[in-house]
Design a binder for this molecule. Structure first.
Ligand SMILES: [Zn+2]
Length: 313
């Protein structure tokens, strides 16, 4: 069966097993929160995890994480176990390339030396290297960042364990120019430069972030559709947008999936990909995300196949 036939069967029959056989990437995935509940329950059988309710702000998401997940991630063993759950989820779903962000703060608060964190990450990557291509993104929480953390972040960039860098969390919490030096180093070391912008912020925020941080990838960025000029700018710069539809719904970034900005962005010629963000919270696999866009007639199967293939390059 060729790839398009598998795509047809997967979506016309709403059957994940066909999609599992296809090459695909999940490029916007936070390692601490990327597991599905099945794998999570195998690793933490006695732990009760509640369900996230729709909200309209990032603070409620942070609060949910604080109340439900932080307890498990207070030690380096707990952190690594959660990362492993995310990797196993991706392997079970037939993901061929997984970009996962792992937070720099672990290196400061959990390890005596930043290099011990690097060693643990390498060990985990090596353990699964036959089954999946893992790219680590160095995660920076925008609200938790302090200027005295900068040297550790720069040391982590220089360690070469990371393929990318990703600024996340509350995009309205701290000014973007605080991160210029870090992103300059990331560029020097040829890391993919990602940031969460234009999710709660505006198209103008996206423009400024691209310019100041020399981004090549935006996480979400759906606010861009309000400004054609900035869309043209992002197209010229060949910026990739890693979009997570269910995350946008549950955080009330969109009111109706049928009108999700991803369609307009795709039609405009922007490079878009479909991803899961935080499966442990949003409870949707990559197949569910594609299916959601298909069943609501946002994309047909040919278009979804183009997006799947584009996300592999
Ligand atoms: Zn995210």
């Amino acid at each position: 069966m060729n790839e398009l036939e598998l795509m047809n069967l997967a979506f016309k029959e709403n059957n994940k097993k066909y999609f599992d056989q296809l090459k695909k990437s999940d490029l916007h995935n936070h390692a601490l929160l990327g597991s599905n509940r099945k794998v999570f329950n195998e690793f933490f059988p006695t732990y009760h995890l509640s369900h996230f309710e729709t909200s309209n702000n990032i603070k409620s998401l942070s609060l949910f994480i604080k109340n439900n997940i932080i307890l498990l991630s207070k030690t380096k063993e707990g952190q690594i176990k959660l990362f492993e759950c995310t990797i196993l989820t991706a392997i079970n779903d037939g993901i061929t390339q997984l970009d996962i962000s792992v937070d720099y703060r672990n290196a400061i608060y959990m390890y005596k030396h930043f290099n011990d964190y690097v060693k643990d990450l390498k060990k985990l990557k090596d353990k699964y290297k036959q089954q999946i291509k893992i790219n680590y993104d160095l995660g920076i929480s925008r609200e938790s960042f302090e200027i005295e953390h900068e040297s550790t972040i720069i040391n982590l960039i220089k360690s070469k364990i990371f393929n990318g860098i990703d600024l996340y969390g509350d995009e309205l919490s701290k000014p973007i120019d605080l991160f210029v030096k870090i992103y300059q180093t990331a560029q020097k070391f040829e890391l993919c430069r990602k940031a969460h912008v234009g999710e709660f912020g505006t198209a103008q925020d996206i423009y400024i972030a691209i310019k100041l941080l020399h981004l090549n990838t935006i996480q979400h960025g759906i606010a861009i559709i309000s400004d054609q000029q900035i869309m043209r700018y992002a197209k010229e710069k060949n910026i990739q947008f890693n979009i997570c539809p269910t995350s946008n719904i549950l955080l009330s970034r969109i009111t109706d999936i049928k009108n999700h900005p991803i369609k307009e962005m795709f039609n405009f010629g922007l490079k878009v990909t479909i991803n899961t963000d935080d499966q442990l919270i949003f409870e949707r696999s990559l197949f569910d995300e594609y299916m959601l866009l298909y069943s609501n007639k946002v994309f047909n199967i040919e278009e979804l196949n183009i997006i799947r293939i584009n996300s592999l390059s």
